[in-house]
Design a protein around this ligand. Structure first.
Ligand SMILES: Cc1cc2nc3c(=O)[nH]c(=O)nc-3n(C[C@H](O)[C@H](O)[C@H](O)COP(=O)(O)O)c2cc1C
Length: 335
């Protein structure tokens, strides 16, 4: 399946031809499930001014056109609901890497605590309880709009140092109220979002949660925290934990070896008895198939490999001896 990947190409959060061609190409290429990029539930929850959004009705029709196309190709259309928290207000990466000022179209980011990610990032506004409640509601409303836009699956983005992850981690959450301190309090924001989104999303359609299963830093969020959280998420009806890592601690050292996060997916799968997704430097068919056959994960999320080669699922099917049917228009090119 296609791992969510920001395209930083929307205007006012609205999808356009780029998103149709980008996501549509992966559907034509044979991906079984396509999760569209981090989609902001509020304007200030964007990483850049060009992120996708679902904070208003006007953003629905352009996404509906895309989900219709994905489904016509026999693929499943999913979307990641996100809030960038203290990592917001940057330009698209190929344009620059400096925080945007308000004059440049930037805004004041928000976070559980008034602590920046590092000295290149903004000092965030510490959310009040009322603002936290509003955000939970915004996730639920975005979930309802995602359904109206034709999506069949939601992934909640609780990884990579964005807002939900900032609440989970003791390194970024220094609150002393009900939303910080103990493990239970730090998990509350995500748990309340899950409960709210469940109410705005059909019972028969899946919800995934992407977590940073470890922060790779002593004293930070750990794999045992992830297992405990995943057990709770399972009781709330979450269908799969997508096991990524890192992104919340600027000093983390991560060894980027092939399949470097697969062991995290296995640990959560074994420890919490819930389906998991493996992601990160999975780049060939045998590697992906072996992860599934060895019971390390239930789904393979592919990111950059599918940017380089949207037809990778077709090539992988051939290599594995599976008969994946090409779209009618392309059948004269069948292997
Ligand atoms: C261009 C790009 C944009 C990304 N945007 C997101 C995103 O919107 N949400 C997310 O959870 N991860 C995002 N990621 C991370 C990927 O989903 C994936 O976890 C990561 O690239 C590792 O997988 P890979 O080695 O197969 O690329 C992004 C990665 C890339 C390369």
């Amino acid at each position: 399946m296609v791992s969510p990947m920001c395209q930083y190409s929307a205007i006012d959060g609205v999808a356009n031809d780029w998103h149709l061609v980008h996501l549509g190409s992966r559907a034509v290429g044979g991906a079984g499930l396509i999760i569209a990029e981090a989609c902001a539930v509020a304007p200030e929850g964007r990483i850049t001014p060009n992120d996708l959004g679902l904070w208003k009705e006007e953003q629905i029709p352009a996404l509906k056109r895309i989900t219709d196309f994905i489904k016509e190709q026999g693929s499943v259309a999913g979307i990641q609901l996100a809030h960038a928290g203290r990592k917001a207000s940057f330009p698209k990466p190929w344009v620059g890497a400096e925080l945007l000022s308000e004059d440049q179209g930037g805004w004041e980011p928000v976070a559980p605590s008034a602590k920046p990610f590092n000295d290149k990032y903004a000092l965030p506004h510490e959310l009040t309880t009322v603002e936290i409640m509003q955000l939970i509601n915004q996730f639920a409303e975005a979930g309802s709009r995602a359904y109206q836009a034709g999506f069949q699956l939601i992934e909640l983005h609780a990884a990579h140092g964005y807002l939900i992850n900032e609440f989970l981690s003791p390194l970024s959450n220094h609150r002393t109220d009900d939303w910080g301190g103990s493990f239970e309090n730090r998990c509350r924001f995500l748990i309340e979002i899950v409960k709210a989104v469940k109410k705005s999303w059909p019972d028969n359609l899946p919800i995934f949660v992407r977590i940073s299963a470890t922060e790779w830093v002593d004293g930070g969020w750990s794999i045992s925290d992830s297992i405990a959280l995943s057990k709770e998420l399972k009781t709330l009806g979450i269908d799969l934990i997508d096991c990524s890592s890192g992104g919340n601690a600027a000093n983390a050292k991560i060894a980027l070896t092939p399949g470097y996060q697969v062991s995290l997916a296995k640990a959560v799968r074994d420890g919490a008895a819930i389906a998991t997704g493996a992601v990160g430097l999975i780049t060939n068919a045998i590697q992906a198939q072996t992860i599934l056959e060895q019971g390390e994960a239930d789904l393979i999320f592919l990111g950059r490999k599918l940017l380089r080669d949207p037809y990778f699922p077709l090539h992988a099917a051939k290599e594995l001896g599976v008969n994946l049917v090409l779209p009618g228009q392309y059948q004269r090119a069948a292997f």
